[in-house]
Design a binder for this molecule. Structure first.
Ligand code: PMP
Length: 436
């Protein structure tokens, strides 16, 4: 018997029967049917400014015409080509192009489909190349949901609960979080965090057994926490001293978000291995591991692999993405609009006692909310109300932070001053409306 297919509205009603709750039960479940640039349109035609950019994947805005055209052109020629069995031009060309622009001579690549996969692969690579088991990751970090990536993720314990045992030989040290540190200044906060690593080396795992440090140069999901540069430099020095590999998870920071192509450039610290995804192909699924040739070529034939990774369509989209970043001067725009946004939000901090901290680098900006009074107590309830209010006003924002106490503002790097002002006005009103 052929049943009549349900309408979109009926499907939305039934989404909880159809999709796993861990997949679909989030906020705000907008029934979006159309997206263009910085705007999303729901099925009733309401327009939203998207200051989430598809979790930071659509750095050029939704459906950038040049990216869509490049993908379409590739699709008409060839959709799928498993690498090794075939060598599609767009995949090779992307490796070449990225090799020209990656910091630290990271000019050899493995392409996958997502951030979590890139992290899993980078952990495998680091162990394989060094012959050492240990991985040191940082508290509050987020690296994805695959088994390897969740084993190094600690931004919220509920992501981990019930999924153990995790991969062994993973250790955690503090990530410097100046706003929530008892240290008197960011440099002392960095020193305290480094002492954790010294303690690990002294009591728990010898440095010669450590394959890699895995770190987000700016923590994303964990709350847009920006470490002092001196801490990242010290990690680099520890790596050089002990033959440990430095892995930067630039899944969220990469491709212009921090106002440079990579946060490695923002901080002037080069890792040995990069994990890349999200903004790489402006919404097309693609992930990458990048490393210097001497590291990557140790990963011999068949030691890692993938069916879909390095899809010619996603790679064509990635090539167009890089071209648009260059042609449209998007790094400059990210820096200029980011500086304007920070200034505006610092003004808001002066007006509202709910705002505990405003921080950002490039267009990776966040506001941390506290309960007014002493103690910087996290205020997730205010965040929830502000998010709802902003959405009603036509602005999509999303929280982050260990207690869900922080709101990230990550519009596309293509945002104009006028669109930014429009979004900031909605946000400002939503914050100031909250009874303290
Ligand atoms: N690393 C970081 C820093 C991320 O922000 C994310 C996703 N939020 C991931 C890894 C995982 O990426 P994906 O969801 O594509 O697996």
């Amino acid at each position: 018997m052929i049943r009549e297919a349900p309408t979109f509205e009926e499907l939305i009603e039934r989404r909880h029967e159809l999709l796993a709750p861990c997949f679909a039960q989030d906020w705000p479940n907008l029934p979006v049917e159309l997206a263009a640039g910085v705007y999303l349109y729901d099925s009733w035609g309401k327009r939203y400014l998207d200051f989430l950019s598809g979790f930071g994947a659509c750095n050029l805005g939704h459906n950038h015409p040049k990216v869509v055209a490049a993908a379409r052109e590739q699709m008409e020629r060839m959709v799928h080509a498993p690498i090794g069995v075939s060598t599609p031009e767009s995949t090779l060309r992307l490796a070449w192009e990225l090799g020209q622009i990656m910091p630290g001579e990271a000019n050899m690549f493995f392409f996958g489909n997502s951030g979590g996969e890139a992290v899993d692969g980078a952990l495998k690579l680091a162990r394989y190349v060094t012959g050492r088991p240990g991985i040191i990751a940082f508290l509050g970090g987020f690296h994805g949901r695959t088994m390897g990536a969740i084993s190094v993720t600690t931004s919220k314990v509920r992501y981990r609960s019930g999924h153990d045992p995790f991969i062994p030989e993973v250790y955690f040290a503090r990530f410097p979080y100046p706003f929530r540190s008892s240290a008197p200044d960011p440099e002392s906060c960095a020193q305290e965090a480094l002492q954790d690593i010294e303690r690990l080396f002294e009591y728990v795992i010898a440095p010669q057994d450590v394959a890699a440090f895995l770190v987000e140069p700016v923590q994303g999901e964990g709350g847009y926490v920006i470490p002092p540069r001196s801490w990242l430099l010290a990690l680099r020095q520890l790596c050089d001293q002990h033959g440990i590999l430095l892995i930067f998870d630039e899944v969220q920071t990469g491709f212009g978000r921090t106002g440079e192509l990579f946060a490695a450039q923002t901080f002037g610290v080069d890792p040995d291995i990069f994990c890349l995804a999200k903004g790489i192909a402006n919404g097309f699924p693609l992930g990458a591991i990048a490393a210097r040739r001497e590291i990557m070529q140790a990963w011999g034939p068949a030691s890692h692999g993938t069916t879909f990774g390095g899809s010619p369509v996603s790679c064509a989209a990635a090539l167009a993405t890089l071209q648009v970043i260059r042609e449209e001067g998007l790094l400059e725009n990210a820096r200029a609009q980011g500086a304007y946004m920070l200034e505006h939000l610092l003004g808001l901090k002066a007006e509202s006692t709910l705002v505990g901290d405003v921080r950002g680098v490039g267009l990776m900006v966040a506001v941390e909310f506290v309960r007014p009074g002493a103690g910087k107590e996290p205020n997730p309830e205010a965040v929830r109300r502000i998010l709802d209010r902003a959405l009603e006003g036509g602005l999509l924002l999303y929280p982050c932070g260990h207690w869900t106490q922080t709101i990230r503002l990550i519009p596309p790097l293509t945002i104009t001053r006028q669109q930014l002002e429009e979004g900031l006005a909605i946000f400002r009103q939503a914050v100031l409306e909250q009874a303290v």
